[in-house]
Design a protein around this ligand. Sequence first.
Ligand code: UD1
Ligand code: CA
Length: 459
Amino acid sequence: MTVPVLQPIRPRAAVILAAGQGTRMKSPTPKVLHKLAGRTLLDHAIDAAEGLGCERIIVVVGAHSPQVGEAARKRLGPNATVVQDPPLGTGHAVLAAKDALADFNGDVVVTYADCPLTTAGVIAPLFDQITGGAHVAVLGFEAHNPTGYGRLILAPGHVLLRIVEEKEADLATKQVKHCNSGVLAADRAILFDLLANVRNDNAKGEYYLTDVVGLAHDRKLVTRAAFAPEASVQGVNSQAELAAAEVVWQKARRNALLVEGVTMPAPETVHLSWDTQIAGGAVVEQFVVFGPGVSVESGAVIKAFSHLEGAHVGEGALIGPYARLRPGAEIGPEAHIGNFVEVKNVKVGKGAKANHLSYLGDGSVGEKANIGAGAIFCNYDGFEKFQTHVGKGAFIGSNSALVAPVRVGDGAMTGSGSVITKDVEDGALALARPEQTIKAGWATKFRALKQAKKDAKTK
Ligand code: UD1
Ligand code: CA
């Protein structure tokens, strides 16, 4: 899924708030490093900022979870984080980014790192308000249940007078259903100027970012709201909320794939990753799981209960049921990977088949080769990995063990049950198993003897 980067009219920067403790996750993993669709919440937030065309992105982190800062710097560079310690409210958190943005001239958008469904597309209407002349714009939503949210006090024409936090709200204000998502945009200089005037004489004793709206309005600056669907601005505070966000994300992405022409008879059972690419004309059956890094070409069929990650499936290939494709599995067009076959770091040629109970790890399988049931690439000696190469049109007998490094030539065959340790030349047959011996009549005599013994006992 490639998100087009919008070309901003004025330079944009983002301040992503991630200094919260996230204690309700009850996990040693910091909240924003939990994953949705196989990607951390933090990365989703950074994706949104990048998708909006932000040329500077500052992540505000707490002193309590250094891993969050490390993850942000790894992706964005050494100057991408500032520490807020102790956390004294959202306004105080944004102020922590003041020096980092001192030389930036343009608009700043403030977002939360724990809102993975708030994509660039969701935030875009906020910048329409800025472009339309707003000095401060806030992304709102109509809450099913507004309890806990800051309320937007609106005047006609999306004019925003002020935001009242739940704890400061009187009974009448609590009836307001228009709520603050937390996403706010303003010109950098105006924003920090307003923030310098925010005080903490409120119910929580915090510096509320939301107070900048009332301050701006008092100064006769233009303050407006834009709106987004409630589900797209939901924050994640607990494992249950993370799971709920995952459901929303999965459903939206599956629907997009259906629109693009992917056939899914039971879409609700298919699990996708943030970067899963499936071309129209592909079929994905029930209970298929896509880990990160998978692309599937048109006409391919992924049968039920298959698990794929880091794999490419070519046109018209047939995968599963119960197949496992691991990173580096490159399945060529019209190839077949059947039940209980695991493929890792192997390029499988066009029309090749491995239909039953195999492990293909590290190497290649040539075009139209046939891998018999139970064949194994023995790729690991406990220390190092080695490659197995099977040539074009080769035939690997059932239950062959190919001990890497080894090469089976084009059109060559291996006998069933062979343990192949030496290269096999093109067109040859390799047999590596004890020769069969035949003892004529032995079984008949054996049975007669045993039966006579049994009969003698029961008399
Ligand atoms: C905030 C908004 C509220 C809005 C709601 C939406 C304020 C004062 N209130 O309330 O209007 O409806 O979000 O969910 O802005 N954070 C920091 N440092 C801090 C405090 C918070 O980085 O000192 C981060 C948190 O990690 C979180 C975000 O800011 O990602 C929001 O903080 P939270 O305490 O959840 O704000 P709310 O009280 O829910
Ligand atoms: Ca919150």
